[in-house]
Ligand binder design. Structure first.
Ligand code: ADP
Length: 383
């Protein structure tokens, strides 16, 4: 497998660039804009939206195997290509139960994995009794195309939910999203784990990390998470069950809640490389991006272990509309001892947009992470 087609050309595809060079693999990217990060590392780009299956057919003609950096694809249209022999890794059946958050929750529950209580908010349905079981607040999530907290709403009382549902009943058209309702989990911490599965069914699991979200967007990741061996074992078992049952080939990211009682619940599955695994670029023997390409190309998997005691990864989120390249701040960040700055080369900054990240390797992650993250934030965000 020498030519890998990647559907999506954002930072996740861009970060595959160095790994591709190392493995002697060429990347061909499908992405809409010449300004998208991965265009700069691609051998060739098919300029089209990720859900344009005709463009994916062209991509397939140029490549040995196709993979995803973005899962918002048109699975029905792609399945015609798969039937014609196009090799997708992971295969489309591994994505199918995950793209709709309600279907994803049902799939996880049916596998026996622990998930928050949930139900689908249908039109004109008598949902009051179901809500009574959950109690307020509840979390309302758009079933499709949610990311970085887009389409996720915390609803505090029945009146607000009624207003929301009335809006749905009067406005809902075919093109409007339907929603999933779930219990609000008063988690003690959020965790995540990256796992990979090879063509031969070998599974490797990265160290479990703690993720910290603000306004539902990931701000920082601490590796490894401070968890008990039992919790670690539960999380590893979840990863094994999930990747094996879907017969995944490639990397999956699994987001988790840890409750005050020490119980682990699965929040969400990302069927691709994930923000919570960016620390692996600088802190692990094999990065998640190399691991993904190894799996997709049918190579043996690499060692996912940390090569240092730990690390903190901080996202550099846009805070203004600008075309600046923020060189001064990037230089200051790079001067932090043990820091690696990754700048995605986006030409336009917007509030909340992921522009880059910094990973700092740490001797004592749990003592040092909070201070270092604060230092990074104080350099990056204007006072
Ligand atoms: P997205 O796909 O937009 O990232 P998530 O489901 O991961 O959406 O939710 C984003 C964040 O919102 C989570 O990391 C968590 O902080 C919060 N959140 C989501 N679901 C719940 C829940 N059921 N209870 C409490 N907080 C939640």
């Amino acid at each position: 497998m020498k030519l890998v087609g990647v559907i999506g050309g954002g930072q996740l595809a861009w970060m595959m660039g160095d790994a591709a060079k190392k493995l002697g693999v060429e990347l061909v990217i499908q992405t809409p804009s010449k300004d998208d990060p991965a265009v700069s590392i691609a051998q060739e780009t098919v300029f089209a939206a990720v859900d344009d299956a005709d463009a994916t057919e062209i991509l397939a003609q140029k490549c040995d195997v196709l993979t995803f950096e973005n899962e918002f694809v048109n699975l029905d249209a792609l399945s015609l290509l798969e039937q014609k022999g196009v090799c997708f890794r992971p295969r489309l059946a591994a994505l199918a139960p995950l793209l709709d958050k309600y279907h994803q929750r049902c799939y996880l529950r049916d596998l026996g994995l622990p998930v928050p209580q949930f139900f689908a908010l249908e039109q004109q349905e008598n949902w009051q009794s179901k809500i009574a079981d959950l109690g307020f607040p509840v979390v309302l999530k758009s079933r499709r195309h949610g990311y970085d907290g887009q389409g996720t709403f915390i609803i505090h009382d029945l009146a607000s939910l009624q207003t929301f549902a009335t809006g749905l009943n009067t406005n809902q058209t075919v093109s409007q999203p339907s929603f999933l309702v779930e219990e609000f989990v008063p988690f003690e911490r959020e965790l995540a784990v990256i796992a990979a599965r090879s063509v031969n069914g070998e599974v490797v699991i990265y160290p479990v990390v703690e993720t910290q979200q603000e306004q539902q967007v990931c701000r920082r990741v601490i590796a490894p998470a401070e968890i008990t061996p039992d919790q670690g074992a539960v999380i590893e078992a979840i990863a094994h069950t999930l990747l094996n049952s879907l017969e995944v080939v490639g990397i999956f990211g699994i987001e988790l809640f840890l409750t005050a009682e020490g119980k682990v619940l699965v929040n969400e599955i990302a069927p691709r490389t994930h923000n919570s695994g960016h620390f692996s670029l600088d802190a692990c023997e094999t990065s998640q991006f190399e691991q993904h390409l190894r799996a997709v190309c049918g190579l043996p998997l690499g060692n996912p272990a940390l090569h240092c005691p730990g690390a903190v990864m901080v996202n550099l989120l846009g805070y203004e509309n600008s075309h600046s390249d923020y060189q001064r701040q990037r230089q200051q960040l790079a001067a932090i001892p043990g820091a690696y700055v990754h700048w995605y080369g986006k030409t336009e900054s917007r509030p909340g947009r992921k522009l880059g990240h910094v990973t700092v390797l740490l001797e004592q992650p749990h003592q040092e992470a909070a201070n270092i993250a604060q230092t990074i934030d104080s350099i990056w965000y204007p006072a």
